[in-house]
Structure formats: C-alpha cells, structure tokens
Design a protein around this ligand. Structure first.
Ligand code: SF4
Length: 288
C-alpha cells in the first residue's frame, strides 16, 4: 500500500483496510487541527487507488471494512469515487462497509442522487466533524460552515441511509463559551440525529494557530471539572437514538452510553466524578 505522509483514522476503524483515496484535507483551515497541515490536498486517480485495492486483496482478503483516507474522500469527483467503490466491490468482495471522513461542504456539493448512488455502492458511514453547535465557536476556530449547515448536510446523508458518526470537541469554546458551546452542540446533535457521537476533549497541538492563541492568553482551555460539566450537558440534552462515546484517549472520564437508555447512568457517573468519588484519567494517560 503506498501511503503518503501520516495516516489518520477514527478509533472505530481499527480493523478496516485503509485506502488513501485523497491526500490531505480540502479545507485544512481548522485552527485546532494539525492532522494534514503539511499536505497539499489532491485526489488520487481511480487507477492509483485500484493498485492499492489489488494489494489489499492479497494482504487482507478476509477484512469486511474499508476506510477511505485522508481527510475528505468525498471531495473526489463523483465519477472517480464511483469507480473506486466499484473496484472495491470487484477486488474486495468480502467488504460490506465503506466509510470515510466527510466534510460537510463536500457533502453539500453532492446531489441527493449522487449520495444515493454512493450508498448503493457500499459507502455506508460518514465520520463527520461537527466539533461544536455554537456558530461563534465554529467561526472562531475556522471551521467551514455554521451549525445549521452541518445539521442539514448530516440529515441529507441520513435521508439516503448513510449512517453518521459525528465528532464534537469538549473545550472548543474555551472558558468564555463553555456552557453555550455544550448546550448548542447538544441541540445540533439532536437535530441531526446521528447513530453515533464521539465527544473528544480538545488537545492543543503545538504548531496550530489555536495553540499559539493559548500561549498568548487569547484562548483559555476550560479546566477538567468544566470539561466534565460540558460532557454532562451534552449527555443530558442530546436527544438521539444512538451511541454516545466519550471514551477517547483524550477524555478525562471514559463514557459509553446508548441513548436514551443509558442516560441516567452516564449522568450519575459524571456526577460521581465531579464529586471526586471517581478519579480523572491522569494527564500522562491522555493522548490524541
Ligand atoms: S478538522 Fe477536519 S476539516 Fe478541519 S482541517 Fe482538520 S481534517 Fe480538515
């Protein structure tokens, strides 16, 4: 497999074949994100991806899932993405699910018919970064599009039966917008109705503009108890039928809750932690 640069994938794609359909991120402008800063965005040709599919067929003949890297496979021209999905079907017949990071802007550039076509060819899950439901926070961190835009694009995917794993970031509003960020995020998630939510804790990565702001006192990350309160607010107010994960390595308190069934139990766990009855994950065990 010919990978260019560092490869990132969601934790839930640990067993997936990683195919690099695009290089980098088409936006590459979020002020907290360091993932693809050194990469100039481009889409690979279907022929390039087909060569990797042929290799994967030899190396991983029994794997049932494919994740399309890098940051925005949906930005590929429709005909090329269709060709890649058809080649996966032909060359990797055991694969039942293809997923990809989906930038809301790239979803918006697809028609409903195009999204339906991708779903019919096996693209079954989008990992969509909402990050926050608060428009002020989204604008401050350089995210493309406001919360409503993300909700609308997520709903368009769901309408054609593409499942959603939506990522949000605890702490992204800073101390100043902590409460607003948490509540607005819960509202946006409720409006979108994803099958899965992943709440990660913002990690300030050296070299990013947000880290630079933090060093100069222009951005203040909420302390751990406030991050727990944000998590509590999101758990309390996110009205979905799906799984809410806050068990990423960046989180201070690992939570996995099927909503609405496990809501009360999850809130009780956060409250116990806030009272000091359950220890926070120590800093040395936290990571990206
Ligand atoms: S957070 Fe996502 S959209 Fe933003 S720069 Fe990083 S990969 Fe691109």
């Amino acid at each position: 497999m010919r990978y260019e640069g560092d490869i990132f994938r969601p934790p839930s794609e640990a067993d997936s074949i990683l195919l690099q359909a695009t290089i980098g991120c088409s936006h590459n402008g979020c002020r907290f994100c360091a993932m693809y800063r050194g990469k100039r965005f481009r889409a690979r040709s279907p022929a390039e991806v087909a060569a990797d599919i042929a290799e994967a067929a030899v190396e991983y003949p029994r794997r049932g899932r494919v994740f399309l890297c890098d940051g925005d496979a949906l930005a590929m021209p429709q005909a090329d993405l269709v060709a890649v999905l058809e080649e996966i079907r032909r060359g990797l017949p055991e694969v039942l699910r293809v997923s990809a990071y989906a930038n809301a802007r790239s979803v918006a550039e697809k028609t409903d018919a195009e999204l339906r076509e991708l779903r019919a060819l096996g693209l079954r899950l989008f990992h969509l970064g909402l990050e926050s439901g608060d428009d002020v926070t989204l604008a401050a961190v350089g995210k493309h599009g406001n919360a409503l835009f993300h909700v609308e694009q997520g709903r368009r995917a769901r309408a054609v039966d593409i499942k959603l794993f939506v990522t949000v970031l605890l702490g992204l509003g800073g101390i100043a917008r902590s409460e607003v960020h948490a509540l607005a995020t819960a509202r946006a998630l409720s409006a979108m109705g994803p099958e899965y939510v992943g709440a990660l804790t913002l990690t300030l990565v050296p070299g990013t503009p947000l880290h630079h702001d933090h060093q100069r006192g222009r951005f203040r990350l909420p302390p751990p108890p406030d991050l727990l309160v944000e998590l509590r607010t999101m758990l309390e107010h996110t009205d979905i039928r799906g799984v809410f994960y806050a068990n990423h390595a960046s989180n201070y308190l690992p939570i996995r809750a099927r909503l609405p069934r496990d809501r009360a139990e999850a809130l009780a766990a956060v409250d116990a932690c806030l009272r000091g009855e359950v220890p926070l994950r120590p800093e040395w065990m936290r990571g990206l």
